[in-house]
Design a protein around this ligand. Structure first.
Ligand code: EZ4
Ligand code: CO
Length: 402
């Protein structure tokens, strides 16, 4: 069996998605998600100019060797752009494998460890009352776990909180907008938000929070410690993961569970964090973390240290990634939770999906492979439109972290 061609489909049904479609001499094709929010065209170019020509003639069943060809084989390893391309190739090849063997992807990864996966929703309020309102709405939809973000008094606009009344979307059209940030205002306010949310909804609902890498290790330790009474499911990206040792300080001071790594793209971003048990959940998703081949290894490595998965799953990861992720999470033993921000309706004009949400859980049907298809004619109706994540400055203007 040989790969005969591959094409990259860039489409913007409300937001940009990059999809890799790999064709074989047996008429079977596979799909992989290659979307990297705000950097879509860099991935498209790497795929089109290098990866696709290099794939032609290879046997698509050799997922392990092809993964290493694009990871070890290239001199300039890792990095989000190239790892997103590797991920898309890997995902498409596993899709093909499932179709050849006429079995759903989860079956190739160990079968079912569970029938459905626990997911968490986003509640992003402009202020405390709006936040409480939004949490209530997500619970009404059936969610049993909710990530709580709130506007902070004195900060003009906070990332993760919608500007108008429209559904929250991380990227905004055109060049990056600027957000402003004040850590002390944030740290003073967030524990109060969780106190009020717990008061309103009790202890049964799982609550999560994302700090988007905005704290130093000692600030993060204070935050984790002060959130302890509200028993979070996790505190996400409390610090940037660039300094893995930084997490030791947070761990020393708090029992709040920690999740990190939605911007990671390799096992090597995680080695200290995992072996020293400095975290509780890995966030690195299939689409940016080397696909199924690499995440299988990362998840297995994490399982040895009692660390579970809690993959990134915002709207900037396509339905192809979401479906592959559900298969993956159904199969592995150390599944924790899955982020789930439903895509806008028009996304379904292009992607024909095989998963469903019911009462706080996602499940997937038995379509062979990943089970998602793409309507290319529809995709062509929504051309690429530049959109970026905002940049972040402190209130005095200093460029600050994400
Ligand atoms: O900022 O997907 O946990 N979820 C998140 C997301 C990310 C965006 C980045 O593209 O932090 O909202
Ligand atoms: Co996040």
């Amino acid at each position: 069996m040989r790969i005969t061609s591959a094409k990259v489909i860039l489409s913007c049904p409300g937001r940009n998605f990059v999809t890799l479609k790999i064709f074989t001499d047996e008429g079977i094709y596979g799909l992989g998600d290659a979307t990297l929010n705000g950097m879509e065209k860099a991935v498209v170019t790497y795929l089109e100019e290098y990866c696709v020509p290099a794939l032609i003639g290879k046997d698509p069943r050799n997922t392990e060797d092809i993964w290493h060809y694009f990871y070890r084989g290239v001199y300039w390893k890792r990095g989000s752009v190239s790892m997103t391309a590797v991920s898309a190739i890997d995902m498409a090849l596993w899709d093909i494998k499932g179709k050849i063997l006429n079995t759903p992807l989860y079956n190739l990864l160990g079968g079912k460890s569970r029938e459905k996966i626990l997911v968490y929703a986003h509640a992003n309020g402009k202020d405390l009352n709006d936040t409480i309102d939004k949490v209530g709405k997500e619970i009404e939809k059936g969610f049993r776990a909710v990530r709580v973000q709130s506007g902070i008094p004195g900060i003009d606009h906070t990332y993760g909180v919608t500007r108008g009344d429209e559904a929250y979307e991380p990227a905004e059209k055109g060049l990056p907008k600027t957000d402003y940030w004040d850590t002390s205002k944030y740290l003073n306010y967030i524990p109060f938000v969780f106190e009020k949310v717990r008061e309103s909804f009790g202890t049964d609902i799982h609550l999560l929070h994302d700090a988007h890498h905005r704290c130093t290790p000692i600030e993060a330790a204070r935050l984790a410690k002060e959130l302890e009474p509200f028993h979070l499911f996790w505190l996400e990206d409390a610090v940037t993961g660039e300094l893995q040792e930084g997490l030791r300080l947070i761990r020393k001071h708090s029992t709040t569970p920690l999740a990190i790594g939605e911007v990671f793209n390799s096992i090597y971003d995680y080695t200290t964090l995992i072996t020293e048990q400095l975290i509780d959940y890995i966030r690195m998703p299939l689409v940016h973390g080397g696909g199924i081949t690499h995440l299988k290894k990362v998840a297995a490595f994490a399982s040895v240290y009692h660390i579970n998965t809690g993959f990134h799953g915002a709207t900037d990861l396509s339905p192809v990634n979401l479906a592959a992720t559900i298969h993956f999470n159904i199969a592995i033993n150390n599944f924790g939770i899955q982020e789930y921000m439903p895509h806008q309706e028009i996304v379904n004009d292009i992607f024909k999906t095989n998963y469903k949400f019911d009462n706080g859980f996602l499940s997937i049907d038995d379509t062979p492979g990943i089970g998602v298809d793409i309507d290319e004619e529809q995709a062509a109706k929504y051309p690429y439109s530049m959109a970026c994540l905002p940049v972040n400055r402190k209130s005095d203007g200093t460029m600050f972290y994400w």
